[in-house]
Design a protein around this ligand. Sequence first.
Ligand SMILES: Cc1cc2nc3c(=O)[nH]c(=O)nc-3n(C[C@H](O)[C@H](O)[C@H](O)COP(=O)(O)OP(=O)(O)OC[C@H]3O[C@@H](n4cnc5c(N)ncnc54)[C@H](O)[C@@H]3O)c2cc1C
Length: 371
Amino acid sequence: MKKNYDVIIAGGGLAGLTAAIHLSQHFKVLVIDPDTYPRHKMCGEYLSMEVDSYLKSLGIHIKDLSQVTINNFRFTRGSQSIKTATLPLGGIGVSRYSLDLELYNKAKEKTDFLLDRVSDITLNHNHYEVITTDQKLTARQVIIATGKRSLLDKKLARPFIQKKSPWLAVKMHYKFKMSNDIVELHAFKGGYAGLSKIENGNVNLCYLVNYESFKEYKDINAFNKEVLTQNKALKEFFKVAVPIWEKPITISQISFEQKQPVEGKLLMIGDTAGLIHPLCGNGMAMAIHSAQIASKYVTQYLQDEITRDQMLIKYSKSWRKTFSSRLLYGRWLQKVLLHKKLTTLSYWFLERLPFLLPIIIKKTHGKEIQP
Ligand SMILES: Cc1cc2nc3c(=O)[nH]c(=O)nc-3n(C[C@H](O)[C@H](O)[C@H](O)COP(=O)(O)OP(=O)(O)OC[C@H]3O[C@@H](n4cnc5c(N)ncnc54)[C@H](O)[C@@H]3O)c2cc1C
């Protein structure tokens, strides 16, 4: 294995793999990730169509991966109130198992992969030194794409990692009959659950919950039975849905604290730069889009058109311009959804002004990404 690369990418999730496919068209790229492919990942698995053209330009045809085309949104809480809306751009239902594998297969045509974990990164004059569990490597540019939370964040002493986060998430695939063309969001005490179909006809249930709501119950089954079923739609779901796996995937300590796309001289993409609240269903598109923005400026830097400092400033500015307002709306929406009085009030408004719902959804999504 080479020890010296143009670009080393820490993390081979959606953001890291997209940047690898983009940059390996011109440069020698290495992706470092401790996991093998394919793998299931925490995610609602609703992918906004805003990424379609850009991914096509990289040789990834998402419509070939899944026929589940989603154009409608349904929101429920408690036993009554149901709101539906048409999604402005729509999306597809595709498992991370299939999507990440497709990107990995494309990336590995031109990119090297190392099954390892990045433990430290330092900048020494003109190159970065990347330390993994077993190796010491160098690169002209490093991109950090290690996702929501990583030991690397601790090593780099990033401010968000110092604060405890109360959020945990649960995901499970089920056999359940539901319409192809809808993504559903069901609110319950302390959290909300997304339901939508994936490419093989199974249904993904993925929920986010505050630890305070969860901790009085012994386990996930008890929590599902006691709390999720207080939502009528989820009660109907659990009556007939058949779980596919023996146990669900869970993660804790999900942080929605503000992060920075550039810290020190380190460039971050995907969830490493900022995580939008999952109810917006836009995190995957943002991860892919941030990889495109970073790849554009890293290319200019590696081709000596701009300096490293200029590249970092341009990326940071462009990232903020593209994502800041989406993140803000996401934060605001999550607050409303989890606040009983505010949810009741917003329902009252939406009942009378239903055209507002698609407008709110639009605020948390972007336009189609141009290749
Ligand atoms: C509950 C929940 C539901 C969601 N639902 C949706 C949805 O329906 N639609 C949507 O668009 N988005 C959704 N999202 C958001 C979406 O899942 C993320 O935004 C997306 O996965 C971000 O991709 P990423 O590449 O940044 O991170 P990831 O896909 O998490 O990849 C990070 C990679 O880094 C690797 N890594 C970690 N540490 C290291 C290290 N030290 N060295 C090397 N590699 C490392 C990991 O192994 C991993 O492969 C949801 C999120 C949550 C929490």
